[in-house]
Design a protein around this ligand. Structure first.
Ligand code: SF4
Length: 393
């Protein structure tokens, strides 16, 4: 349905004379794939490049860097006619329907607009508009109203009806519920799930709300500073995140179990995502990466000099990660220790453990208090005498 590889987009920062304006690399390298009938969610902090990626795909133009293929057709090679045909297959549902719907047009005309653009005969348009409004939970008579007559949730339903008008194969959902009240969000999410079941379009969903992602998506692609850092099935990535950034992101999700929720500790990353612009080489996350504290000097140098590329994250098909030292059973140094508050502070030396990144580079040691404290602050204060345990594995 949709395949994006190596997508890049940069632009000159506004507010400067054009030639002096610094170059902002909004998207560095994005790989993603949406299969027919599936939902892929793009997640990450603000400024990660999610919306820019969506706009690049929606433009159906040649990307500045990389390749975008929709329904097997390379957007860089489309004729005007082919681009017009493809436009009916890809529709965008914007974040804020209040600003995307023309306040001077009746709802019926708004929904009919893409049908007119696709040169659908007027008789078919007249029959299809009331049906579309019913499909999204509005009344056919709402076609005579204007956008300001409707609530936020109803306006989002109008925007969805408009996007569905030409029978798209792929819907691009840009934070579809973030502008709505929590009580209204559930109704829109149910609607999107029902429409997918009944009509079968694929969704590319941009969201910063991981609860929405869990409810709506089949697969998830995590972005940091314009790069894809981890991709896989939602259950696999949420249960076994491998990239340190994904682990930090997921540590912010409240747990439904009150006991587990009480012992949950958030991984708070140092710094601000915008403060460390992506560099030409090396890992763009290294300034904030908690794993750096337990790596050897040679390993840290590798993170600084070599850009991590996508590789299989484990046995699960399609789970990939872009990190030189992803979390797995071999690397039990583990930021998870930092949020395991059940470990008693006065616990004595335990049995000798192995399979730790530190032990592989330094010694094999006992699990001791200084090590736990070091992990708690993401600092290895006593690297020569401690090692992180593998209790969770
Ligand atoms: S490549 Fe290195 S700095 Fe980047 S996320 Fe992995 S461990 Fe951290």
């Amino acid at each position: 349905m949709l395949r994006v590889s190596g997508l890049g987009r940069s632009y000159r920062a506004p507010g400067f004379r054009q030639r002096r304006a610094p170059v902002v690399r909004a998207v560095e390298w994005v790989d993603l794939e949406v299969r027919g009938g599936q939902t892929l969610a793009l997640v990450g902090e603000s400024g990660a490049g999610k919306s820019t990626t969506l706009r690049e795909i929606a433009s159906l133009a040649a990307p500045q860097a990389g390749r975008v293929e929709i329904l097997g057709r390379d957007t860089a090679l489309l004729s005007r006619r082919a681009a017009r045909e493809l436009r009916t297959a890809v529709q965008l549902v914007p974040q804020d329907p209040a600003s995307s719907l023309d306040p001077r047009m009746p709802v019926g005309d708004i929904v009919a607009e893409p049908l007119h653009a696709a040169r659908v005969p007027p008789a078919i348009v007249a029959a299809r508009v009331p049906r579309l409004l019913s499909q999204v939970g509005l009344r056919p008579t709402d076609a005579d109203g204007y956008p300001h007559h409707f609530s936020g949730g109803q306006r989002q339903r109008i925007a969805i009806a408009r996007a569905l008008a030409v029978g798209p194969a792929l819907l691009l959902l840009d934070e579809p519920v973030s502008a709505l009240d929590v009580s209204v969000q559930a109704g829109i999410l149910d609607l999107l799930l029902r429409l997918k079941r009944e009509l079968g379009p694929a969704y590319l969903l941009v969201s910063h709300d991981l609860a929405v992602v869990r409810q709506l998506a089949d697969r998830v692609s995590v972005m940091y500073a314009g790069r894809t850092v981890e991709t896989g099935g939602v259950a696999e990535v949420f249960e076994r995140p491998h990239h340190p950034y994904t682990r930090a992101l997921l540590s912010a999700v409240p747990l439904p179990d009150p006991v587990a929720e009480r012992s949950r500790r958030r991984i708070v990353l140092p710094g601000d995502p915008g403060a460390a612009p992506p560099t030409a080489s090396g890992c763009g996350f290294r300034a904030r990466c908690p794993v750096q504290a337990v790596l050897s000097a040679a390993q840290r140098r590798r993170c600084a000099e070599e850009t991590p590329h996508r590789r299989a994250a484990g046995p699960a098909a399609g789970h990939t990660v872009s990190c030189h030292f992803p979390h797995d059973s071999r690397l039990a140094h583990d930021t998870r220790l930092a949020h395991d508050s059940r470990l008693p502070d006065d616990e004595g030396p335990g049995p000798v453990r192995s399979a730790c990144v530190i032990s592989s580079n330094h010694h094999s040691h006992r699990w001791t208090r200084p090590c736990l404290r070091a992990a708690d602050g993401y600092r290895d204060r006593n690297r020569s005498t401690t090692v992180h345990p593998t209790r969770d594995h």
